[in-house]
Design a protein around this ligand. Structure first.
Ligand code: UD1
Ligand code: CA
Length: 452
């Protein structure tokens, strides 16, 4: 409680200037997506859990694209350009100018480390006068910087390339995340040299410089799963898999049934209510919110969709672009909906496309209902009233409306508004030619015999 109240103001610097060569991509590494969200946004959201006063992103490779993506999530973010990537310590210094007036805690994160928890973020800043490094333990420390500890306190960090055999045997590793008083951090960063194996200005030299001044240094530890860094496509896939595994467990823990969990694919923000049933092979894109007692049957693809309690979706349905499905509604197989409000208890049971439309409550859309919403230039709206009945294979040429309780006849092409309670028939009348089929067949057979 008191620790919370005493918490100093925080500024976050996220390093995202590197090229990410090993991704073999024309796009900057931090904009590659995990669960539908750029990995940079994961880092920014972790930062946001501390409600920082300031946030700065250090950009370099493809600076514009990275800056645009950062501003999309947080318009007030400061963008700092690092023209040449001279090392992580050099990168942090690029934020010194925009934070010149800042006198709280500075926290450095990497844009390619997406999974830091809110709890870990809070632990980082609970000793405001210390330089704090976020570490993790692993039996395979590989290329990570090693944390050389003396009891609770951190003596220094040694990069793997600069380490001696004793140091290489250390299993306490540097996640890359560091926190400390901003003024102190920038003063120490100004002392960095590039006399090391990689000829870079290492952020990791800051703890040793702090100790040389008699300042407090420490490490806090988190699980290795939180510090997972992404360097290549294999890491990206592993991060995706780790995210999905957690999302499935969380969904089940909060009361959803996943019939075959490993086949359900979540987005970073998918929200499921209680007693939701998700059948196999369902994919969620971003922006999906599903309330209690909804069933999503096999092979559905949902993005930017809200589904009210008790609705049933699929199998093989695609909902997207701001679909709002009302309570107890029924969406059957091979139905696509885009930018639609679909009222309570309404049904679209099979083979239907509804786009840019509103449908009232208790309406029924027959098989093959199509809203013709696009004229090649603009999109137009279709309105369908409460309890309306759209006959099978109706084309609704928007802009058009069908009033409450109205019917459209099967096979109609509806180009004019249908008033409430009316029946619209917009197709040719049927005519039966008596005996003509029999005569026609006989004539065709005679012609065939004549040719032989
Ligand atoms: C860094 C740490 C290492 C730690 C590891 C954890 C240093 C010197 N080493 O090594 O101790 O175990 O992370 O993953 O800090 N960046 C810039 N500008 C630069 C250099 C890097 O913005 O000039 C950014 C990169 O885009 C990346 C992050 O900083 O997001 C980390 O850089 P990277 O080169 O991947 O550091 P590592 O060698 O992994
Ligand atoms: Ca790295």
């Amino acid at each position: 409680m008191s620790a919370q109240n005493a918490r100093a103001a925080t500024a976050i610097v996220i390093l995202a200037a590197g090229k990410g060569t090993r991704m073999r991509s024309k796009h900057p590494k931090v904009l590659h997506r995990i669960a539908g969200q750029p990995m940079l946004h994961f880092a920014m959201r972790a930062a946001q859990t501390l409600q920082p006063e300031r946030m700065a992103i250090v950009v370099g490779h493809d600076a514009e694209a990275v800056a645009d993506s950062a501003r999309e999530l947080e318009p007030t973010v400061e963008i700092c350009l690092q023209e040449d990537q001279l090392g992580t310590g050099h990168a942090v210094r690029m934020a010194e100018e925009v934070l010149a007036d800042f006198d709280g805690q500075l926290i450095v994160l990497f844009g390619d480390t997406p999974f830091l928890s809110a709890e870990t973020m809070a632990n980082l800043v609970d000793a405001p006068d210390a330089v704090t490094v976020l570490g993790f333990h692993t039996n395979d420390p590989g290329r990570y910087g090693r944390l050389v500890m003396e009891g609770e306190s951190l003596l220094r960090i040694t990069e793997a390339k600069d380490a001696n055999p004793q140091e290489l045997a250390i299993t306490a590793c540097n996640s890359g995340v560091m926190a400390g008083p901003a003024k102190t951090m920038f003063r120490l960063l100004a002392q960095l040299t590039s006399e090391n194996a990689q000829g870079e200005y290492y952020l990791t030299d800051v703890p040793a410089l702090a100790r040389a001044e008699g300042l407090k240094t420490r490490a806090v530890f988190c699980d290795i799963s939180e510090t997972l860094g992404i360097n290549d496509r294999k890491d990206l896939a592993a991060a995706e898999a780790a995210f999905q595994a957690r999302a499935r467990i969380n969904a089940m823990a909060s009361g959803a049934t996943l019939v075959a969990p490993e086949t359900v694919h979540f987005a970073w923000d998918t929200a499921l209510g209680r007693d939701v049933v998700i059948e196999p092979n369902v994919v969620f894109g971003p922006g999906v919110e599903i309330e209690d007692e909804v069933t999503v049957r096999a092979f559905c693809h949902l993005t930017e969709t809200r589904i009210a309690p008790g609705a049933s979706i699929g199998p093989f349905a695609r909902l997207r672009g701001g679909a709002e499905i009302g309570e107890g509604a029924y969406i059957g197989n091979f139905v696509e909906m885009k930018k639609v409000t679909f009222g309570p208890g309404s049904k679209a049971s099979h083979l239907t496309y509804v786009g840019d439309a509103s449908v009232g409550s208790g309406a029924n859309l027959g098989a093959g209902t199509i809203t013709c919403n696009y004229d090649g230039v603009s999109k137009h709206r279709t309105q369908i009233g409460d309890d309306a009945f759209i006959g099978t294979n109706t084309a609704l040429v928007a802009p058009v409306s069908v009033g409450d309780g109205a019917y459209t006849a099967t096979g109609s092409v509806i180009t004019k508004d249908v008033p409430p309670g009316d029946l619209a028939i917009a197709r040719n009348r049927q005519e039966n030619k008596q005996g003509l089929a029999t005569r026609l067949r006989q004539r065709l057979l005679d012609q065939k015999v004549g040719k032989e």
